[in-house]
Design a protein around this ligand. Sequence first.
Ligand code: PLP
Length: 477
Amino acid sequence: MNLRPEPLVYELSSPGRTAVALPKSDVPAYSRPSALVRTELRLPELDELTVVRHFTRLSQKNFSIDTHFYPLGSCTMKYNPKVNEAAAANPGWTRTHPLVGEAFSQGALELIYRLQAMLAEIGGFEAVSLQPAAGAHGELAGVFMIRAYHLARGDAKRTKMLIPDSAHGTNPASCTMAGLETVTIPSNAEGGVDMEALKAALGDDVAGIMITNPNTLGLFERNIEEIARLVHEAGGLVYGDGANMNAVTGVFKPGEAGIDVMHFNLHKTFSTPHGGGGPGAGMVGAGKLLADFLPGPIAVKRGEAYALATPSKSIGRMKAFYGNFGVLVRAYVYVRMLGAAGLRRVAENAVLNANYLKARLEKAYPVKYPRRCMHEFVAMGNLAEGVHTLDVAKRLIDYGIHPPTIYFPLIVPEALMVEPTETEDKEALDEFAEAMLKIAEEARTNPVLLHNAPVTTPIGRLDEVAAARCPVLCYRG
Ligand SMILES: *Cc1c(COP(=O)(O)O)cnc(C)c1O
């Protein structure tokens, strides 16, 4: 580890220095059993200002979308308008309790009801449940629903789920958690599903397919309708991974292309800050075949009143109460602020920005599947002998830019997955492109610079496995 000279809080300690002056005690002293008293406790002795500066400095070492360009592929790290935060922080939402009952939750239930309807319209679905707390959680709900559908028809032999080899790792994980077996379908030369391999895998033991569109290569699956038709013909159902909806909102309705159940990541496309494991929402939408199996409760309208109801064949609850409600408020405000035309422009600009960057970079960073991309593209970062994608990513930190996603998807060697999102202007895109091109030049002229990167951060290149497995979380001076 490469520690740079920066004062650590323990090293600033000075004996006797203190941040608080307590009044003289006016109650009798209580003497604790001596066995319970430590005689030595090594804590730093500091004044208040030093402590404030220490923690403020630490907080500023974070990358965030509010401070830096953040082109993390497959994550849609776009700018989240602050009006969403103001709305979610409204005491009318934050001070209500989920146990007050339907009569006192009419506003919250109305918001859920309206958001369900808006998302159903955006996705082309019959009905929507806002229960799941994340994309992966929505996937699990969807696979449970597909399984419940087959079992309800007395068809217990459908135990296999087809998943393209470009899929996000959560797809096979969700499938396995739901008790189904994963069958990997290879990609074709264009980066789409290999149709011959798909046909060969179909049979009466197939529960369905999990498909991502646009896929993780940032490419639109042109055969989506044909894939859905073939899977349905074989008695299976189609799960859509909607994590990449930012590329197609207002342009493509997955429900109309034959997708039976799908999740959207409200914390990606619908503008909730994420990354770092904060609350998310992975709503699931379903078409006619699966609407009755949605997790519940969902919001319904009875006369003038809003109420909760559970779909007739529901797989049950996925989450306590109403899901992650604050995320739902943000999504509601976001959709209402943009309207239908605005949502379409989000997708158009996300695609335009990605294609602009791809055009600026693909000579230096080859793209394995080079056709026009959607909201992201996957380049390769093995620039010169001995220079790898990891080196490029680390060097970008020195230029003040969050690295793109690296080494995913697995089917592209040395993958460098760039998703600029629609919220960046041309200047930000150009700055990123210039940094990337400069790094490509450094790879030729001074590869050692890349191997040593980052050099501007308090801690240099980490052993990432050790950092994850044996993290050092306290000071060991
Ligand atoms: C982010 C993502 C997921 C998982 O979503 P989480 O909310 O992180 O659980 C699934 N599939 C794809 C393609 C993704 O990008």
